[in-house]
Unconditional design. Structure first.
Length: 328
């Protein structure tokens, strides 16, 4: 590895939070075959392709960004998307870097004729939120939408040397209610924003019922085992089942290729299997480390990338923490 790439990686790890940092930890060593399997599953027409991701057209005025960071390019890291209406354009996620946000904003203008008017951040983790300033130029930009919890977690986590405008940017977000679904009218296209929790203390999914499309944030991963760093596992399980019941179409996961109903069913088996291992560990007196070492994914569920060797252990720890605290 070159000195330059090491420096870039170190800077990324310092700036990233939660799942993004662990993507970076494991991205470089992955062989080309694994990267290809993860990044090559397209469903829609590819409207733009970069080393860090691709835009797939998934409907009229609708594009999903599928990020592909396993090659070492962390411009975006998380998935996201563009939803265009007659009166506005919504971008889902603010991504890992301002450059990633600006790239998708420019693609939105190229594809729809307008700069984004709205940006929805599904949760506070850095790979979904760090790039928000990239949507702004000359102090003008879209309305940033998030829950108050996401806003507060983001503001509290800003570095002391963060650019002066960032605290104000996050303080001025348009708040998504956390107790019931809300709607965003883009003109001829009504978008449903549903507050959930499980991956973090506050997550939001974005749904277009008529088109059968759901952006899931990091409540759903496809072809990758999820990060339980901030998870309350029982809440995560309930949220995924609710998303599955509401959707029944195409799902845009937080990481990985577009997911079908069959993919969602496999994902539920993945998280249920982990819960079973955690319950066995609790019953048999295994440590989380021992449980993580013993956990396996059945071959019939396909290949699921493990970004970090500790991910199984971390998931078991999350269950143990929930049981110990009697969290609901």
């Amino acid at each position: 590895m070159t000195k330059c790439s090491l420096t870039t990686r170190r800077r990324f790890l310092k700036a990233a939070s939660a799942c993004a940092a662990h993507v970076a930890l494991m991205a470089t060593p992955f062989p080309a075959a694994a990267r290809s399997l993860w990044s090559g599953r397209t469903q829609g027409q590819v409207a733009a392709q970069e080393p860090f991701g691709r835009l797939e057209k998934v409907g009229e005025g609708l594009w999903a960004l599928i990020s592909t960071p396993l090659g070492g390019d962390y411009t975006t890291v998380s998935n996201g998307g563009i939803i265009a209406g007659d009166d506005g354009v919504l971008v889902i996620e603010a991504f890992q870097t301002p450059g990633g946000a600006r790239w998708i904003a420019e693609k939105a203008r190229e594809l729809t004729g307008g700069w984004p008017t709205h940006v929805l951040v599904t949760h506070y983790h850095g790979d979904h939120s760090n790039g928000a300033e990239g949507f702004f130029h000359d102090n003008e930009g879209p309305a940033i939408h998030s829950t108050a919890t996401t806003r507060d977690l983001k503001v509290s986590g800003l570095a002391t040397d963060a650019p002066a405008g960032l605290p104000r940017l996050w303080a001025d977000v348009t708040v998504v209610p956390e107790t019931s679904p809300d709607t965003l009218d883009l003109g001829g296209r009504l978008v449903t924003l549903t507050p959930r929790k499980g991956h973090t203390a506050s997550d939001v999914t974005v749904r277009l019922p008529e088109e059968g499309l759901t952006w899931c944030g990091d409540l759903v991963w496809n072809g990758m085992f999820p990060n339980y760093m901030d998870a309350v596992p029982s809440q995560l399980s309930r949220a995924v089942r609710a998303i599955q019941a509401d959707g029944r179409g195409t799902y845009v996961p937080g990481h990985g290729p577009l997911a079908s109903p069959a993919d969602m069913a496999r994902y539920l088996q993945i998280i249920d299997g982990l819960e079973e291992t955690a319950r066995t560990a609790r019953r048999e007196g295994w440590t989380a480390e021992e449980a993580g070492e013993r956990h396996t994914i059945p071959e019939e569920l396909g290949e699921w990338t493990l970004f970090n060797p500790s991910y199984y252990q971390r998931a078991v720890e999350a269950w143990m923490k929930e049981w110990a605290g009697n969290l609901k």
